[in-house]
Design a protein around this ligand. Sequence first.
Ligand SMILES: CC(=O)SCCNC(=O)CCNC(=O)[C@H](O)C(C)(C)COP(=O)(O)OP(=O)(O)OC[C@H]1O[C@@H](n2cnc3c(N)ncnc32)[C@H](O)[C@@H]1OP(=O)(O)O
Ligand SMILES: N[C@@H](CCO)C(=O)O
Length: 350
Amino acid sequence: MHQSIYHHNKEFVLESGEIIPSFHLQYTTYGKLNATKSNVVWVFHALTANSEAADWWPGLIGRGKIFNPEKHFIICVNVPGSCYGSISPLDINAKTNQPYYHEFPIFTLRDIVKTFQHLRQYLQIEKIWIGIGGSLGGMQLLEWAISEPEIFENIIPIGTNAKQSPWGIALNASQRMSIEADATWKEKSDKAGLEGLKVARSIALLSYRDYNAYNTTQQGITEDSRNYSIDKQIYRAETYQKYQGEKLAKRFNAFSYYNLSRTMDSHDVGRGRDSTETALSIIKAKTLVIGIFSDILFPPEEQMFIANNITNAEIHIINSLFGHDGFLLEFDTIEKIIGNFLNKKNLKNE
Ligand SMILES: CC(=O)SCCNC(=O)CCNC(=O)[C@H](O)C(C)(C)COP(=O)(O)OP(=O)(O)OC[C@H]1O[C@@H](n2cnc3c(N)ncnc32)[C@H](O)[C@@H]1OP(=O)(O)O
Ligand SMILES: N[C@@H](CCO)C(=O)O
């Protein structure tokens, strides 16, 4: 594993028209580029992950796995706006000499892809054998496969969409409202909005799981409250929500979260390209779309829409108890589907 930072010390114009003096990207690589540079696997991470893809996708990336550093050159880049090493709201704004905080510009998916294209050129990568990503990662992948259709040989978008849905926007807007309602949110401090962030994660989690998941894992009351009277009992589903909020607040910040949710809401591969369908039809890569039946955030209909509009795309919808988060947990099933796809297409995986 190798971690690096790419510094782009030139002005960068965002889709909004805002100009930033420079940007930097934290990226992690596993394995080596082969002589023909034909073994690149570009992994795109989701909302709160980082560039260390083998850590959060251990069932897919690693020695003996389908994406194997002994054979492949695997790269994952932390998205601009996130808090794991790339340009972020906590960085110093050269114009004010203060952290950006609330002034951090929104990177659209198209802006993110443009920063990745600079990194690709810097690394002298001409072709990407496989691009793969779930959720926000899939959004990056689709946007890139449309803006540079010659670059990707194969793409595997998972649990994602081509345009953020009103449902997704409503969920993100509610999460932003919870951050805005935090009395500390207006403060210029790294810790501003952390209580609101906890609530935001709790709201988000409801869309990452579903009714059955909670029924299966969060029945009943906590051990501690077993002898309490009925009005004082504490429900496991409640402590779960609270715990998940606390857990995120320990490793993330409200500024990155707020901004990345705006990034997601701006997602529309059809913007300025006639229509979403037309945009998807530009993709030339062999495409495997994977969805999850229990995903209520990016439901199977959205996966079918993607597959129906990309020439010869293959689609699989899998079962998972974990809803949307199934893309981070159903390794065995996903690995098998990818393996079959590669075999069927006679794609060498050497
Ligand atoms: C630096 C970094 O860490 S970034 C990279 C890591 N993060 C990422 O990659 C982001 C993507 N990953 C994720 O979103 C998550 O890790 C997932 C979806 C893969 C898995 O989610 P998890 O939270 O581990 O799973 P799950 O929903 O089953 O919850 C289990 C946790 O809740 C706790 N829990 C379960 N039920 C309850 C309850 N009733 N009350 C309180 N806590 C509970 C468990 O003890 C466990 O705690 P732990 O995480 O400290 O071990
Ligand atoms: N659990 C994922 C959900 C977003 O797809 C994350 O935290 O990044």
